[in-house]
Design a protein around this ligand. Structure first.
Ligand code: GA4
Length: 332
């Protein structure tokens, strides 16, 4: 990323000052997928936070570290070379601009659909293989977690959720985010003195499930009940799971689609990779009957994943994108 003083000032003027945060080390559930009680712990974490860390997840360490190395090489390429990938529409290489509606962050990224291959400069053949290998492994983990949720809730068949992202037409995405250090932060006329620089503004993920992994640099924060931001301690060996908006709808609002954000650091680069498990475009997103008590009504009007994403792309990052789909409460 090219860092120019003017760009820094423009960027800084668009980020918000943030409140102090609390450390989350003791709060965020850590779930060992080999533990026989993992499924119950996962269900509990989906109700309470919509976010948890998994260990013994089955994604080989080598697949993760090799991809880290190639990603670092990619982001170290000259800006013009990175831009050869093409501007995000929505897939491609992007820097600072997030989505089409004016959101910005101190971030550059490579955003890919897991179906279409785009040309990546540098040693693209190796990079593409590593992305494919990692995405394949992480999708298996995502499916395993979704199957554990079904088992924990005693829903039949157990692939009722995982089939949504296993389907050959599923709309799954992969994103590599690089948050460059911003040493100028410390000398930027005191503008951000004591404040934070937003790498990726607060938002929820629209999909069913997302799987996040990062290098050993902090920055990720989740919002809990009262709006407090918890800093997620980095752990480059583990995976972090987010409940997405679609899973919140499928549970009729019981599981929480977790609001999260990333703060950039003045000294350490953060690299993260996110697998977004989305269903096929034509899939109807509606509460599963097993979640509904007798006589319970859906909180949401029915919509397809394609309709939801069309609406999502018309809005800014931080809006509650489920709001237009919520049923109006009838006044008695
Ligand atoms: C938020 C979650 C994921 O990062 C993402 C984002 C997507 C994008 O970067 O293109 C969106 C955003 C996200 C939702 C609203 C639209 C689309 C940017 C934006 C302003 C990849 C996703 O799935 O939805």
């Amino acid at each position: 990323m090219v860092v120019l003083p003017q760009q820094i000032l423009e960027n800084l003027s668009q980020v918000k000052a943030c409140n102090p945060t609390t450390s989350a080390a003791t709060v965020i559930p850590v779930i060992d997928l080999l533990d026989p009680t993992a499924r119950d712990q996962i269900v509990k974490a989906c109700y309470e936070f919509g976010f948890f860390k998994v260990v013994n997840h089955g994604v080989p360490l080598e697949a993760m570290t090799k991809l880290d190395e190639e990603a670092v090489k990619f982001f170290n390429l000259p800006q013009l070379e990175k831009e050869q990938v093409g501007h995000p529409n929505p897939f491609g290489y992007g820097h600072k601009k997030i989505g089409p509606n004016g959101d910005v962050g101190w971030v550059e990224y490579l955003f890919l659909s897991t179906h279409n291959s785009i040309t990546i400069p540098g040693n693209s053949q190796l990079f593409r293989c590593l992305v494919k290998e990692y995405v394949g492994a992480v999708r298996n983990t995502a499916c395993e977690v979704l199957e554990m949720i079904a088992e924990g809730l005693k829903i039949e068949p157990k692939d009722v959720l995982s089939r949504l992202i296993r389907d050959e037409n599923s709309d799954c995405w992969f994103r590599l985010n690089h948050y460059p250090p911003c040493p100028e932060l410390q000398t930027a006329g005191g503008i951000m003195n004591g404040g934070d620089l937003i790498g990726f503004g607060e938002h929820t993920d629209p999909q069913v499930i997302s799987v996040v992994r990062s290098n050993n640099t902090s920055g990720l924060q989740i919002s809990v009940g009262d709006g407090t931001w918890l800093s997620v301690p980095p752990d480059h060996h583990s995976l972090f799971i987010n409940v997405g908006d679609s899973l919140q709808v499928m549970s009729n609002g019981r599981f929480k689609s977790v609001k999260h954000r990333v703060l950039a650091d003045s000294m350490e680069p953060r690299l993260s990779m996110i697998y977004f498990g989305g269903p096929p475009l034509s899939e109807k997103i509606a509460p599963l009957s097993c979640f509904m008590e007798e006589g319970e009504e859906s909180l949401y009007n029915e919509f397809t994943w394609g309709e939801f994403m069309k609406s999502a792309y018309k809005n800014k990052l931080g809006v509650n994108r489920l709001l237009p789909f919520e049923k109006k409460k009838s006044v008695v």
